[in-house]
Design a protein around this ligand. Structure first.
Ligand code: F3S
Length: 397
């Protein structure tokens, strides 16, 4: 990969330790993937924020970079292991909270915006069509490439942070026109009605289209929230972090239909639902907001909970600015009065919930994947109203 004189100077340590380390990471990546050069990025999203995933080794790594590192482009964070303010409500221990605060402190010292969310595009961090960014969380990356039409690879935590500290990323993969071309044509032969139907569609395509880019036909334009859950699901279950939907996503019209074709119909969606719905109907945890909830979703949960009370633990995860807005509008009070919690900055997967719950109900296919594999939970997936009923009854009906 070609480096400018200035980039070479950084690589040799001319701008200090954090910049040198970051340039080492970016040049190694660029060389492995055949990038020609580094390109500037408009924003960066860093993953690997939860102390649950980082541990002390990760915290030490960040603390070292924070000694002389500072970001060169707007940089923000993926969800952390707790609500940074109301962590006690979520049953987080003092020890964990102390470590998590140190992690956030290290990021903050590097000039990073400590808003922790996987739906930055809901809080005004929305790049333009064709703009280059370096984002790390898979659903955000997929939404960014597909729905917004901005360009990012699926960065790892260290490479995203390196991009923040340098302000650039290697020019390869989904930054290039030719790498965004679909190679699987998907015809959808089913009427999708709910948020979880879109999660099931992502499961069905992801499982069949391993590492391919889908060009999808046969669906009409859904609400933004449905595309956010679909983005999380399709990449989790196997496809590349980009898809195109005819008449819906901005780049779909640029491409020829790929010759490899599949059809997803009722049978494939049923199979997806069956894989994510356990036979045991007992529920002790209901988690909504994966990816992080919009204001509309929080409003809907508050309407469904008004005057009722939950039997299970119930979290509605979201970005802090969304929680604050929901607070002003009175939605959070209704959810709290029913016994639920609105959890900013965190989520069901990165919070330390392993061992606390046996069975989760959620609207999210991605949430099912990680709850089964990462947190050893049984899972149930369905629309918001069904999940809220499960929270009230402790049963999946
Ligand atoms: Fe976001 Fe956590 Fe789901 S990062 S996509 S809420 S697993």
């Amino acid at each position: 990969m070609h480096l400018t004189k200035e980039e070479e100077r950084i690589l040799e340590g001319g701008q200090g330790y954090a910049s040198m380390k970051s340039m080492q990471i970016l040049t190694a990546l660029g060389d492995i993937f055949g990038a020609d050069k580094l390109i500037p990025v408009k924003s960066v999203q860093v993953s690997g924020v939860s102390y649950h995933n980082l541990g002390d080794a990760g915290l030490d790594y960040l603390a070292n970079l924070a000694k002389d590192g500072s970001v060169k482009t707007p940089t923000f964070l993926n969800p952390a292991g707790m609500d940074l303010k109301d962590w006690k409500e979520l049953g987080i221990s003092e020890d964990f909270a102390e470590k998590q605060k140190k992690v956030i402190g290290a990021f903050s010292k590097m000039g990073i915006n400590t808003t922790c969310t996987c739906t930055p595009y809901l809080i005004g961090i929305k790049p333009g069509l064709g703009e280059h960014v370096a984002w790390a969380e898979s659903s955000a990356v997929t939404y960014c490439n597909s729905v917004i039409g901005a360009r990012t690879n699926r960065e790892g935590g260290p490479s995203a942070l390196a991009s923040g500290l340098i302000g650039k990323t290697p020019n390869y993969g989904l930054h290039l026109d030719e790498e965004r071309k679909p190679d699987l044509f998907v015809s959808v032969d089913s009427k999708l009605k709910t948020l979880s139907d879109w999660g099931a569609l992502g499961y069905a395509i992801g499982k069949r289209g391993k590492n391919k880019i889908a060009l999808i036909e046969g669906v009409s334009k859904p609400p933004e929230d449905y595309l956010k859950t679909f983005s999380a699901s399709i990449v989790t279950y196997g496809s590349k972090p980009i898809y195109h939907i005819a008449g819906v996503t901005p780049e779909a019209g640029r491409f020829e239909k790929p010759s490899e074709r599949i059809t997803i119909g009722e049978a494939e969606l049923k199979e997806a639902y069956e894989a994510m719905n356990d036979k045991d109907d007992t529920i002790d945890f209901v988690s909504l907001g994966c990816p992080h909830a919009s204001l509309e979703e929080i409003k809907r949960v508050s309407e469904l909970l008004k005057g009722r009370s939950v039997k299970t633990e119930l979290w509605v995860a979201c970005a802090r600015p969304v929680k604050e807005k929901a607070e002003q509008l009175g939605y959070n009070d209704i959810i709290r009065e029913a016994g639920g919690k609105v959890a900013a900055d965190t989520c069901m997967v990165v919070a330390p919930v392993k061992g606390r719950f046996k069975s989760v109900a959620t609207t999210s296919a991605k949430g099912c994947y990680y709850s089964q594999g990462h947190n050893n939970m049984k899972t149930h997936i369905g629309p918001i109203d069904k999940c809220v009923e499960a929270a009230i009854n402790g049963k999946w009906s």
